[in-house]
Design a protein around this ligand. Structure first.
Ligand SMILES: C[S@@+](CC[C@H](N)C(=O)[O-])C[C@H]1O[C@@H](n2cnc3c(N)ncnc32)[C@H](O)[C@@H]1O
Length: 183
């Protein structure tokens, strides 16, 4: 049976460039930041965003335990990404929703998520990719997923490809979008 977590990594991996720049748009406890840090390698760099101090602390600790030094952790909304990242990126990850084990009221919100996705698409190198995981099991997550789909559906297929992978007989399960900029 399909394992979404494994599948999403398999789909985004071909877009990762060793020595390139990647962004974790929702740092959380740092698992995706760590994965990206290893994937781009010591000559690459990862920028990671979160609005919660606890996320930065947990991620800093995880990176330090694993001896990773190629990450910049930013305490700000991902919608402000262009104030911090001035170089093109090969990959961006969005793992939307709330911090596992944390305050469920602090969740990603559709307006800032859409602003961040637009900025991410601008920053994306030709051949680069974005992976956006949506959690529709709560009200904001469901509305967020619908708005993202509406927005991505409008993009010109000549320069970008936008796909969706969802378990259709389990509508509250997480699903994801893959956004790929053509070479
Ligand atoms: C599902 S968690 C991310 C999990 C994380 N990728 C990991 O590996 O542990 C979503 C995170 O998005 C953060 N978040 C919410 N709104 C945000 C925003 N506007 N900008 C950046 N992060 C935000 C939350 O604080 C939460 O930590």
């Amino acid at each position: 049976m399909i394992d979404l977590l494994t599948t999403e990594k398999e789909l985004i991996s071909p877009h990762i460039k060793a020595g390139g720049t990647a962004i974790d748009f929702t740092m959380g406890n740092g698992h995706d930041t760590l994965w990206l840090s290893r994937a781009v390698g010591d000559n690459g760099h990862v920028f990671a965003f979160d609005i919660q101090e606890a996320a930065l602390e947990n991620t800093k600790e995880l990176l330090s335990q694993n001896g990773r030094e190629n990450c910049t952790l930013i305490l700000d909304s991902h919608s402000n990404v262009k104030e911090y990242v001035k170089e093109p990126i090969c990959v961006g990850l969005f793992n939307l929703g709330y911090l596992p084990g944390g305050d469920r009221t602090i969740t990603t919100k559709r307006e800032s998520t859409i602003a961040a996705i637009r900025a991410a698409i601008d920053l994306l190198l030709p051949g680069g990719g974005l992976l956006i995981a949506v959690y529709p099991g709560h009200a904001e997550g469901s509305a967020e997923g619908k708005l993202i789909e509406e927005e991505l559906s409008k993009l010109d297929k000549k320069y970008i490809s936008c796909s969706k992978l969802a378990i259709i007989n389990s509508p509250t399960s997480p699903f994801f979008f893959l956004v790929e900029k053509r070479d």
